[in-house]
Design a protein around this ligand. Structure first.
Ligand SMILES: *Cc1c(COP(=O)(O)O)cnc(C)c1O
Length: 496
């Protein structure tokens, strides 16, 4: 079955998977969605025997139907190799009666590596397939993790440049150090005075700017996106839910066909949307549990059916989830409207102009696959401490938000079906928050002192990604106002 892609805001026009990846965002400002979600037509008992790479091929080939088998396998093998520190790629750790799906074993120790180690290969393959004549400029807004993971993937990839914008005061010290020390002649890192939403909105506006697109084209460039608005980010993320399920069956932890719950610490709604697609493919998932931090816009949305971004933006200890405009929710909204792109475009316009939209009772009724809740900062610290002192396992603040929300879900519903918690970052990326949650003894230590303290109390070795930046020189120090992002881009590309 061929799968085509159309815009959540467009007419009936469709594009191939490779074209959707190459463009990133549709010209009408909408996101590309598959016209139909393919079925997972491989039996679990067969999947249970497969490696991560083999599973990736089974899942991704169902979505990216215009890639040849050779092209796709080549992309997969280049992505999921020794950049990961385990050949399982996404191992499961059982603690406190739940299954933590560790998505942080890649080059930058956060789950963004799962998709961003393959996106550059999908993108350059897509450019070749579509005879793109321009150099591809990847424009990325990051709340801390995407930027580094995207640069690690695109650094020195011929025919590409990558420009990353991050909120200057909105990321952890280790996240910032990782980015500003990035090597590669085609990488550019720019801090902005503003928050992640400001960066993301300005990036989306640049994508929709026809005049800018023309100027770029004349200079031999075209934009694409490494954010999860790119369908090439989402499809690789479906893989690990399928892999996790099959691994649990293989290890005798669950029975083939048994339903599980999936808990996802959520910001831009990309990771949980991938789990939703996995469920639509036929993977036995009962509830998709959407965990938010104090920026609880999604929790409020699930409760009331009103999405309201007009609220204070809170900086938390889980910065990669400090987001008030969850871009990928648009893909879910589109489905809830019954694939009505006109209705979806209206709702998105009301969000960008009035700061909110509300869905109908009918649409709200279809949200029953989801459960939403949030953790305060105090509850996040408690979850870190409870998981360590109760289960001997150190988790990062993002994963802790999910673990805390899962406890609320258990108390509210009594639903004890096996649960998989998406563990989205290594605790080494957020050492200060983690160590402060465990004890007040560590307050005097600097960031690398904390790294050493964490290493001596947990049995997890210091990841290479952290060792590398200890002494690495700062290579990027550009800071601009959010309003000046377009001129920064032109300046970087030498267009006046
Ligand atoms: C990006 C990120 C998230 C949020 O994922 P979304 O797909 O944006 O919802 C959660 N945790 C970490 C560590 C992240 O880097």
């Amino acid at each position: 079955m061929q799968v085509l892609y159309k815009s959540t805001r467009g007419n009936e026009e469709t594009v191939t998977a490779s074209m959707a990846i190459l463009k990133g965002l549709s010209e009408d400002g909408g996101l590309f969605v598959p016209t139909a979600v393919p079925k997972l037509d491989v039996p679990v008992e067969k999947l249970a025997q497969m490696s991560y790479q083999e599973t990736a091929y089974e899942v991704m080939s169902r979505f990216l139907t215009d890639f040849t088998e050779e092209e796709l396998k080549d992309c997969i093998n280049k992505a999921y190799d020794s950049k990961f520190d385990t050949d399982k790629i996404a191992p499961i750790h059982e603690a406190n009666g739940t299954f933590f799906l560790e998505l942080f074993h890649g080059a930058t120790i956060a789950f963004k590596d799962m998709a961003l180690s393959i996106l550059p290969h999908l993108m350059t393959t897509a450019a070749r397939k579509n005879q793109a004549k321009n150099e591809i400029v990847i424009l990325t807004a990051t709340s801390g993790d995407t930027g580094k993971a995207a640069m690690a993937g695109f650094a020195d990839v011929p025919g590409t440049r990558i420009i990353v914008f991050y909120p200057k005061n909105g990321v952890s010290p280790i996240q910032e150090k990782q980015m500003v020390t990035q090597k590669g002649a085609n990488t550019y890192v720019v801090g902005i005075t503003g928050n992640f939403d400001d960066a993301q909105t300005a990036v989306k506006n640049m994508f929709n700017d026809r005049v800018l697109a023309k100027e770029l084209d004349e200079a031999g460039f075209q934009f694409s996106s490494a954010n999860s608005i790119n369908i090439g980010r989402l499809v690789p993320q479906i893989v690990y839910y399928v892999y996790a399920y099959a691994s649990l069956v293989r290890d005798g932890k669950i029975k083939d066909g048994q339903e599980i719950n999936v808990v996802v610490p959520t910001g831009n709604f990309g990771n949980i949307l991938a789990a939703y697609y996995a469920k639509q493919m036929g993977l036995p998932i009962h509830k998709l549990i959407c965990a938010s931090n104090e920026n609880r816009v999604l929790y409020d949305f699930f409760r009331t059916g009103i999405y309201d971004r007009k609220r204070e933006f809170i900086l938390t200890s889980s910065p990669s989830m400090d987001i008030l405009i969850s871009s990928n929710l648009e893909r879910l909204i589109y489905r809830l409207t019954g694939d009505d792109s006109k209705k979806c475009a209206e709702l998105m316009q009301s969000l960008s102009q009035g700061g909110e939209y509300s869905i109908t009772e009918d649409m709200k009724a279809q949200l029953s696959d989801f459960y939403g809740n949030f953790c305060s900062e105090g509850e996040t610290r408690e979850a870190i401490s409870a998981t360590y002192y109760g289960g001997g396992y150190v988790i990062d603040p993002h994963t802790a938000v999910a673990a805390g929300v899962y406890q609320k879900y258990l108390r509210e519903t009594g639903d004890t079906a096996p649960a998989v918690i998406a563990s989205t970052a290594s605790p080494y990326k957020f050492t200060r928050s983690v160590m402060n949650a465990l004890s007040d003894r560590y307050e005097g230590l600097d960031d690398f002192g904390l790294v050493d303290a964490l290493s001596s109390m947990s049995d997890i070795a210091v990841p290479k990604a952290v060792e590398e930046i200890r002494t690495a020189p700062v290579l990027h120090d550009r800071v601009v106002d959010a309003a000046d992002m377009p001129s920064a881009v032109k300046n970087i590309l030498g267009i006046q």
